[in-house]
Design a protein around this ligand. Structure first.
Ligand code: S3P
Length: 440
């Protein structure tokens, strides 16, 4: 299979029901919690992507048995202190900052020096944001000069609880501290700007000693030392971040209708729905239910004739952080100027995504003005692309690839989009779902 895709035509009208793969954030968290549970945990619909497989490989390195059976995964947890550490061992988080950052919290008490590495993209990302609070627990870290990977962690047997104020709205930083707090003597107090709360929900579901007080703009979280974790059997719901590509494709196409089954609609993740509704897109939730504290629903979307521009409130940023690239495509077709601000974090993702958003729009012929934390997009409801566009992202960002595919299928033109293999990170099934939509 070539490592690029050529798209020459817009997607024809469709009326379909689809399933997308399991939620990446929940899949990684399930692997980590199951690996320190006392006993055998099972998961169905676990996302089988490189990020989740990297998590499985790390826990296997620590001596935990993981097996894939027909339709489910099994993890044989050896208890909260069941990891076996070896001197100078190296663990590899691949492309996943979630894994790289959370695992450091989980091994805060490792009695050996452990090296953490990652791929080219992860090796450019900031790790001080987690090593700085985690070192207060008593662990020692050595990072590269620019605070990136590779790094080493030397844990401590005497982990002391801390107080931590998380101001970025980063669930990765919050969760790394929460996992370390489970090993600390005393109570850890966290004040965290709102961000996705799957770690909190999983801990509550496991009856672990956690208390969360929700305020308007932040949460107060208290965690006491954990002695034992019971097994955690989980059917992982579908990922709204993967669904986002099909939500936008449908919103931008002609007379199409789509239902995406069984998607996690945790309020800390549905920023894209709120934003697109404000832009006049027809989206609704059906068959709502609650599963292990997480909200789940089928998402129904219809093509939209006219799209309103948006001055996007920055309080929605954390809940849509992985979706802005595709949201910008909707703004490209809006009837006026859209403005997105407070987005400095976007340039700190798998690749500088604010710059990439601006680049893709410019290639499409959409005027836009980007600063280091904002973008103004001059929408054109009658946009038709008649030229050749090539997209090559040297950091092989999965979401840059998938966004470019949605742009090509929505606006026309002749596109050559490199690095198809990048989808293996989060959504290996992406191109298969596209083929399903094309079938008459
Ligand atoms: C994630 C948190 C987000 C998000 C990432 C997954 C998680 O990162 O961008 O894809 O699973 O906790 P930040 O918490 O750094 O914003």
């Amino acid at each position: 299979m070539p490592n690029h895709i050529i798209i020459k035509k817009k997607i024809p009208t469709y009326k379909k029901k689809i399933f997308v793969s399991g939620d990446k954030s929940i899949s990684i968290r399930w692997v980590l919690f199951a690996s320190i549970a006392s006993g055998v945990s099972k998961a169905q619909n676990l996302l089988i992507s490189e990020d989740v497989l990297a998590a499985i490989n790390i826990v296997k390195k620590f001596g935990i048995k993981v097996v894939q059976r027909k339709g489910f995964f099994v993890i044989f947890g050896k208890g909260i202190n069941g990891y076996k550490y070896k001197q100078n061992m190296t663990i590899n988080a691949g492309n996943s900052a979630t894994l790289g950052r959370l695992i450091l919290g989980l091994i805060i008490n490792c009695n050996k020096t452990i090296k953490l590495i990652g791929d080219k993209s992860l090796s450019k990302r900031d790790f001080k944001r987690v090593t700085s609070p985690l070192s207060k627990f008593g662990a020692k870290f050595k990072l590269q000069k620019n605070f990136s990977l590779p790094l080493t962690i030397q844990g401590s047997k005497k982990i002391k609880s801390i107080e931590y104020n998380e101001k970025r709205g980063s669930a990765q930083c919050k969760s790394a501290v929460m996992l370390a707090a489970m090993r600390a003597s005393g109570t850890t107090f966290i004040k965290a700007k709102k961000s996705r709360n799957h770690t909190e929900k999983m801990m509550k579901n496991l009856n672990l000693p956690i208390k969360v007080i929700e305020r308007k703009n932040h949460d107060l979280i208290k965690i006491r030392k954990v002695k034992k974790i019971k097994v955690i059997n989980y059917t992982i719901p579908s990922d709204i971040s993967s669904s986002a590509f099909f939500i936008v494709l449908t919103a931008l196409s002609n007379n199409s209708e789509l239902v995406i089954k069984n998607v996690n609609i945790n309020p800390s993740r549905v920023g894209i729905i709120t934003i697109l509704k404000k832009m006049g897109i027809n989206i609704s939730f059906q068959n709502k239910k609650i599963y292990k504290g997480e909200r789940i629903a089928d998402i129904k979307i219809k093509s939209s004739g006219s799209i309103k521009p948006i001055n996007c409130p920055s309080r929605l940023n954390a809940s849509a952080i992985d979706e802005f690239l595709v949201i910008f495509l909707v703004a490209a077709k809006a009837n006026g100027i859209s403005y997105f601000k407070g987005l400095a974090e976007l340039d700190k993702k798998e690749s500088p995504r604010l710059k990439w958003g601006s680049k893709i729009l410019s290639e499409m012929g959409i005027k836009n003005i980007a600063t280091k934390d904002s973008i103004k997009i001059f929408g054109n409801p009658s946009l038709k692309i008649n030229k050749k566009i090539t997209i090559k992202n040297y950091l092989k960002d999965h979401r840059v690839f998938m966004t470019s595919v949605v742009a090509a299928l929505s606006f026309g033109g002749l596109w050559k989009i490199h690095d198809s293999k990048a989808i293996r990170t989060s959504f290996p099934d992406f191109l298969n779902v596209i083929s399903e939509l094309k079938k008459q």
